[in-house]
Design a protein around this ligand. Structure first.
Ligand SMILES: N[C@@H](CCC(=O)N[C@@H](CS)C(=O)NCC(=O)O)C(=O)O
Length: 207
């Protein structure tokens, strides 16, 4: 059964394409374009799922949302890109799989929303930035001590962490002062599967 990804341009769903390329699974993409003024997904995505968000993965009769849950589903289905060990590696894997959307993305979304509000928005960003910095410092510390988020091997947790860290470069002040994180970003961007996913997914301003 071919998998179908409902993919919004320039969005978090790029991660799912990368995951599928790493897993070498066949899939087809249905493309959706953001509204140029609001940047929101087009209404057709609501016909696929009531949330109208991307990604949505269809696997036969199964329809899934939430990138982290989709990662877990595909890791379980293929037996690949999960943690290499059942102890500390597994705990780190689970933590970072959820941490990406649960803790880091909310800060970046706040910054994005505030950046659209003249003057007051800039003041609000000054409050949020130190909160994001705590996360970026923690991530830097973690990546300075091992090559991948879960341990010695790349897992789906790295794929989950890609979008928040790419977004943090574009709007969260992530840069040369956090060399381990920047080296990790360079490493993921060099992966053939990452590049293939970029070719297939269309516009993506974060790579
Ligand atoms: N936590 C969800 C977030 C889904 C989400 O918000 N997707 C964004 C893409 S960056 C979206 O569809 N935005 C369009 C909209 O809100 O209209 C996940 O990780 O899948």
């Amino acid at each position: 059964m071919t998998l179908t990804v409902h993919h919004l341009n320039n969005s978090r769903s790029q991660r799912l394409l990368w995951l599928l390329e790493e897993l070498e699974l066949p899939y087809e993409i249905r493309f959706y374009e953001r509204d140029k003024s609001t940047m929101l997904a087009p209404p057709e995505l609501k016909k696929v799922h009531p949330l109208g968000k991307s990604p949505v993965l269809e696997d036969g009769a199964i329809k899934l949302v939430e990138t982290g849950a989709i990662c877990e589903y595909l890791v379980e289905k293929t037996g690949q890109l999960g943690p290499a060990d059942s102890g500390v590696g597994q705990r780190r894997y689970r933590q970072f799989l959820h941490y990406a959307e649960g803790s880091v993305m909310p800060m970046l979304l706040l910054i994005l929303a505030m950046s659209k509000i003249p003057l007051l928005g800039q003041l609000a960003i000054k409050k949020v930035q130190p909160m994001l910095d705590v996360h970026l410092d923690y991530i830097e510390q973690e990546l300075a001590s091992r090559p991948w988020f879960a341990g010695q091997q790349m897992t789906a947790a790295d794929i989950m962490m890609s979008f928040p860290l790419e977004a943090a470069v574009s709007r969260g002040g992530l840069g040369a002062s956090r060399p381990a994180t920047m080296a990790w970003l360079k490493k993921i961007h060099a992966r053939p599967a990452y590049k293939l996913a970029l070719e297939k997914g269309g516009t993506y301003d974060y790579a």
